[in-house]
Design a protein around this ligand. Structure first.
Ligand SMILES: [Fe+2]
Ligand SMILES: [Fe+2]
Length: 198
């Protein structure tokens, strides 16, 4: 079997496009979060966008290694998430969490199995590792969505240690300050609490 006729080749090509789209969607979402004053959330989303860029970069390099000749063009027929609620931060966080669930529960585990069956163990391992990262993305986005919806991003039931991502000022209170007492940065600059096991 030619490497570029394998199912793994197709799966890498589809994933490459999917991850490239995801990177742009997270960068757009980061801009939206920033425009609404959620500076810290925006920074978190930019990190997720960078993660997706590096996933796409690795997929591209696998495609390059599998194809001995110059690739002129590839035709990819697949479905890709297309969000139409571009102006709703909350709705986009929810939809993005769904996409990440789909990737971590269904798509990439399946691509890992196919790669293993076709003898591409290094690519199978790569998809295994991706499952873990996309699962972390899912947990992060789910928490951002839930906390934004419930109004608990900066307000908790119990005294909580808050930290300004701008100047490093810390305080332990139920609700984070509206304006940082040290650097005057707005509340959106306060670091968001994400639970590891959520
Ligand atoms: Fe990814
Ligand atoms: Fe992701």
């Amino acid at each position: 079997m030619n490497n570029n006729k394998s199912k793994t080749w197709d799966n890498l090509a589809k994933s490459y496009v999917g991850e490239s789209c995801a990177r742009n969607r997270y960068d757009m979402l980061a801009k939206l979060a920033e425009s609404e004053g959620y500076v810290c959330m925006s920074d978190m989303l930019k990190i997720v966008a960078t993660n997706e860029f590096n996933h796409a970069r690795m997929m591209f390099s696998f495609l390059d290694a599998l194809e001995p000749d110059e690739i002129k063009n590839i035709n990819i027929c697949s479905g890709y998430p297309f969000k139409q609620k571009l102006n709703s931060l909350q709705e986009n966080l929810r939809l993005s969490a769904e996409d990440e669930t789909n990737e971590s529960v269904k798509i990439y585990p399946q691509f890992a199995t196919v790669a293993r069956e076709e003898g591409f163990e290094d690519i199978a391992k790569f998809f295994d590792n991706l499952v873990n990262v996309e699962n972390c993305h899912k947990m992060l986005l789910t928490q951002l969505y839930t906390q934004l919806k419930d109004g608990t991003l900066y307000k908790k039931q119990v005294p909580t240690k808050w930290k300004c991502s701008g100047c490093g000022h810390e305080d332990t209170t139920k609700a984070a300050w509206k304006k940082c007492p040290l650097c005057q940065a707005p509340q959106g600059t306060v670091m968001i609490k994400i639970e590891d096991n959520a």
